[in-house]
Design a protein around this ligand. Structure first.
Ligand SMILES: [Zn+2]
Length: 77
């Protein structure tokens, strides 16, 4: 089963807000410079989990979305 932590849910929400704010601003004021656009997109990407599913290398249990899996069973549960 794939679940995300409250912290990850907040990060995803934050990424969404960055993108929505950017979209609104572009609609209202026109496009940003390439540099500013990249800065906004990087901020949003950094808020998102890197992998859609992570695993424990010891027992192969699926641990849900995250930036890395667990090496030992003590690291999850
Ligand atoms: Zn494990």
């Amino acid at each position: 089963m794939s679940t995300i932590t409250d912290e990850q849910a907040e990060d995803i929400q934050e990424a969404r807000e960055i993108l929505v704010n950017m979209l609104r601003s572009v609609e209202e004021h026109g496009p940003y410079s390439a540099e500013a656009t990249c800065t906004f997109l990087r901020q949003a990407i950094l808020c998102l989990p890197r992998f859609s599913e992570t695993f424990c290398s010891s027992c192969s249990k699926a641990l849900g979305p995250g930036n890395s899996g667990a090496s030992h069973c003590g690291d999850h549960k």
